[in-house]
Design a protein around this ligand. Structure first.
Ligand code: GUN
Length: 284
């Protein structure tokens, strides 16, 4: 097995399984729909939304895209969210973040029905993750767990270090590793001796947002290194938080950027949308 974890290949396997299940459901008259809402013209968001739409096509879901102008008011956006909450064809609702500054993402997320919140950002879903009783997992941490599983690495009893404490990645990531009985440390900008803490990790998940910050001196020999970062290097090239070339010989497994965690995030969004449909129809 290669030590470079091929996120594209693992994502393709996940999507194949989802596609087969979606086809089976269609035979029973159940169609699956994902609504994706984008406000404004952020170029990166537009690319993400296009990729999500494409993934829906790949797995046989219906996708409904709502592209709203930059000056959309909170009232208008909430009106759309409420319409989608009530729409039987829509199993999942995703409002692409970041929203323009005048819109409060918390207000919007709180108004998405938890059973359609395929990002798992709603406080109800966040709480369910905390107690280990969940339907949806946030897409990026869930994708990371699939990538670790693909290496055959046992998590129970291992030292797991997560760098970053965001609500979207760091915190839920730590919780998922804890659910698998890892011994989990969360590091952040105030952590002392970051390098020493990281060097204890059997499994290191980097979600810092700083290009190539994690060099080989942060890594224990044989560690599994998962890079959630999505940055540009000094030449404008896409890169992660981990200095891949410097770390690849020391790690037992390592994800590249691009082609590691990124493709998994969208695959897990498809997984959550399928789950939403199955829960709605009492299949799980
Ligand atoms: N913007 C960047 N990543 C995400 C994501 O996972 N979900 C949403 N809704 N917006 C994002």
């Amino acid at each position: 097995m290669s030590k470079i974890i091929d996120g594209k290949a693992v994502a393709a396997q996940v999507k194949e399984r989802i596609k087969a299940e979606a086809a089976q459901l269609k035979e029973q008259g159940i169609e699956i729909g994902l609504a994706v809402v984008i406000v404004g013209d952020d170029p990166a968001s537009k690319v993400y939304v296009r990729n999500k739409k494409r993934a829906c096509e790949e797995v046989g879901f219906n996708s409904y895209e709502y592209a709203l102008p930059e000056d959309t008011t909170e009232e208008q956006l909430l009106e759309l969210v409420k319409k989608l909450n009530a729409d039987d064809k829509v199993n999942g609702i995703l409002v692409q973040l970041p929203l323009p500054k005048h819109l409060d993402d918390k207000v919007i997320i709180n108004n998405i029905l938890p059973e359609k919140d395929v990002d798992a950002f709603h406080p109800v879903n966040v709480g369910k993750i905390m107690i280990g009783n969940y339907s949806f997992l946030p897409c990026t941490p869930a994708g990371v767990m699939e990538l670790i599983a693909s290496t055959g690495t046992e998590i129970a009893g291992k030292e797991c270090v997560v760098i970053g404490r965001s609500n979207i990645v760091g915190k839920p990531q730590a919780m998922l590793l804890l659910h698998k009985n890892g011994t989990v440390t969360i590091c952040h900008s105030k952590t002392k001796n970051l390098k020493e803490v990281c060097r204890r990790a059997d499994i290191l998940v980097a979600a810092v947002g700083r290009a190539k910050m994690i060099t080989s001196d942060y890594i224990k020999e044989g560690a599994v290194v998962i890079d959630v970062g999505m940055n540009r290097d000094e030449n404008g090239k896409l890169c992660g938080d981990v200095d891949f070339d410097d770390c690849k010989d020391k790690a037992s497994f390592i994800t590249p950027v691009p082609g590691g965690v990124g493709p998994m995030t969208i695959a897990m969004l498809m997984q959550n949308t399928l789950t939403a449909a199955k829960v709605k129809h009492g299949i799980m």
